[in-house]
Design a protein around this ligand. Sequence first.
Ligand SMILES: NC(=O)c1ccc[n+]([C@@H]2O[C@H](COP(=O)([O-])OP(=O)(O)OC[C@H]3O[C@@H](n4cnc5c(N)ncnc54)[C@H](O)[C@@H]3O)[C@@H](O)[C@H]2O)c1
Length: 276
Amino acid sequence: MVVTGGASGIGRALCVRFAAEGATVTVADIDEAGARATEALIAAAGGTAQAVRCDVSREADIVALVEVAETAFGPIDLFCSNAGVAAGGGPEAPDEDWARSWAVNTMAHVWAARAVLPGMVARGQGYLLQTASAAGLLTNIGTAPYSVTKHAAVGLAEWLAITYGDAGIKVSCLCPQGVRTNMLMGSTDDPAGAVVLASGDLLEPEQVADAVVVGLAEERFLILPHPIVADYMQAKVSDYDRWLGGMRRLQARLRATLQANPQANPQSTPQATPQP
Ligand SMILES: NC(=O)c1ccc[n+]([C@@H]2O[C@H](COP(=O)([O-])OP(=O)(O)OC[C@H]3O[C@@H](n4cnc5c(N)ncnc54)[C@H](O)[C@@H]3O)[C@@H](O)[C@H]2O)c1
């Protein structure tokens, strides 16, 4: 199996957990030292892994990654396209932030599917796991580039599940809310990170890996380590306008809290849940 973003956070937890289950793991990341550290963790526990430097915002790197993985461990049965980046702001955010978000959060999944699907279809089996986010089902206040590109990732996963399901290809889409990783803990001072911290339980990456193992075993399309996200989705689809109103009120509460006390711990912000 292959995991992108395997140097850290959720990706590392997936690598370690699947290696413990007996998988041979190709740990891919732009952070080569971090990928090697994950490889070492797996080796120390008696597992088998190889670290590969890969920038998933470049299709050529993903093509090369697939070749290296298959040369070492044979056909890829599970490709976890998990690397992601966060960028704050709205339409005014710099084009570079939008472009990086599209490349890493959306196009990397397209390029991974393009690289592995022909082999999987020929074998009549294969599993694609895409890490999107609850931000791709609901929205993440304070960050349009992240929310929009994660919505696109969910749309792609849906499309792949529908189009390739009858060819034996399974697709799951992982949509966590807050997880204690470098990405989230590095953004607690900005509104986008603050609202995630304020909106529900913060899970450890290992808990997300547990949810993935169960979700893949059950062949669930949508893997929600925070089950409350399903309730938020239901609130959204049952009355979109009411849900938007609730999100605006949440945004106003968050702004007021942060303005009154810029040092406020958003986790203690009252009633900050992303639904009306
Ligand atoms: N932490 C959360 O609260 C949360 C919530 C929902 C979804 N997610 C998603 O989970 C996934 C993993 O993030 P995380 O929270 O573990 O954060 P993280 O920062 O710990 O891990 C992200 C990894 O992706 C790698 N990466 C970034 N750009 C890359 C690139 N161009 N090529 C290859 N690797 C690259 C980083 O080096 C890092 O190792 C992301 O897709 C993220 O959007 C995270």
